[in-house]
Design a protein around this ligand. Sequence first.
Ligand code: SF4
Length: 72
Amino acid sequence: PYYTWIDKETCIACGVCGAIAPDLFDYDDEGVAYSHLDNNKGETIVPSDVEEDLLDAHESCPTESVKIYQKE
Ligand code: SF4
């Protein structure tokens, strides 16, 4: 399964990831993205039905701030 979090240090608050994957990403008061699966901890399995959205967001982020990793 996949896990995800946002590198909030490099996010430029462009709004792309939440548009692509609204079930995964939301924005704080300053528009910086975070994973709302688990408040950006990156410890919660991404539901399989939004894996495609995750990969799209990962590839579309202009600053490579949508982090993903896979583990068994
Ligand atoms: Fe931030 Fe990237 Fe999401 Fe844009 S796509 S809001 S830069 S994490």
